[in-house]
Design a protein around this ligand. Structure first.
Ligand SMILES: [Zn+2]
Length: 310
């Protein structure tokens, strides 16, 4: 009997594990390795490679029952006669009132394509920049699709043409502003593929002093996940990624979170920004630790995250 019981509990544990809703490193690794593979040729906007990336993300959303926010997953725009498309997934909030308020989690899935040869390699794979952030957003979409634990509605936005000057996010921010959505917060994830060398927090947020978002995310997470990086302020990173168009249009807290600290990765916009340089345990850890922070943000009864008066 005892033996039968222990076998039963073992089976229970095994079945629980295989049904875990929490992101696992195998899935993180698999998606990143595909997005940053040579086959996708650096995911330049308008290329065949980025079309493959888009199809992959759409399939992933479909498989995990993440709905398109628009008629299809694609939010298409024209830039210098090149067609770009953001991919937008949607999980409606489970609260009848709060579901009219939106939280956006985003990253850019485009990169810079084929570049100058270094040691026979010409493909800028963009593993850290920004397949890493893209994978994080995809994993959260999968997670919230299963957990259904968000009271506010969530948009999962994968931007194109970031590398052409934030063109995809500019287009989408304007389109959502015209629809007059009630945007609460937007967080963009950039280069989360390797852990920080400096600082005592897992990640940092750009525009740290513009709102109380870091303080609130850390409070919801129950630990210090998001900190300040002096270089982020020095180089004005707040204005240099896909959060900025949302801040411009909506004047709400819209920031970028990253674990790239200018000392921990030598391959920015380089052909060696490849999958084998990524730390999948770090990525999976980061993705999981952000979940309670995101849940706290989507579920607080009032809009606790606010702009600071500067
Ligand atoms: Zn980037």
């Amino acid at each position: 009997m005892r033996k039968i019981l222990s076998i039963c509990s073992l089976l229970l544990v095994l079945s629980c594990k295989s049904q875990s809703v929490f992101p696992e490193s195998d899935s993180v690794k698999k998606t990143l390795e595909y997005l940053a593979s040579d086959e996708l040729e650096g995911r330049n906007t308008g290329s065949k490679g980025i079309e493959k990336a888009a199809l992959y993300i759409e399939e992933f959303f479909k498989k995990h029952k993440v709905k398109p926010y628009f008629k299809t997953y694609r939010d298409s725009f024209n830039i210098n006669n090149i067609i770009g498309y953001n991919i937008v997934g949607f999980i409606e909030g489970n609260d009848p009132k709060l579901k009219d308020e939106f939280v956006i989690l985003g990253a850019h899935y485009d990169h810079i394509g084929i570049v100058e040869e270094v040691n026979g390699d010409t493909i800028a794979n963009g593993a850290n920049d920004d397949a890493s952030g893209t994978v994080a957003v995809m994993e959260w979409a999968k997670y919230f699709s299963k957990s259904k634990s968000n009271k506010r509605s969530l948009l999962f936005t994968l931007f194109s043409a970031e590398e052409m000057g934030l063109k995809g996010s500019e287009y989408l921010a304007e389109r959502l502003k015209k629809r007059n959505i009630d945007l609460y917060t937007m967080i963009n994830f950039e280069m989360i593929g390797v852990p920080r060398n400096s600082g005592n927090k897992l990640s940092y947020i750009t525009g740290y002093n513009k709102s109380n978002i870091a303080e609130k995310l850390n409070m919801y997470a129950g630990e210090s996940l998001v900190g300040f990086l002096p270089q982020a302020q020095k180089y004005k990173l707040f204005k240099r990624s896909d959060n900025f168009p949302f801040f411009n249009q909506f004047k709400v807290p819209a920031h970028a979170i990253s674990t790239f600290d200018f000392t921990n990765f030598d391959y920015y916009h380089h052909v060696d920004d490849e999958s084998n340089k990524m730390d999948f345990n770090h990525m999976t850890n980061f993705i999981n630790k952000m979940i309670p922070a995101i849940e706290g943000m989507t579920n607080s009864m009032s809009k606790e995250i606010k702009m600071n008066n500067e």
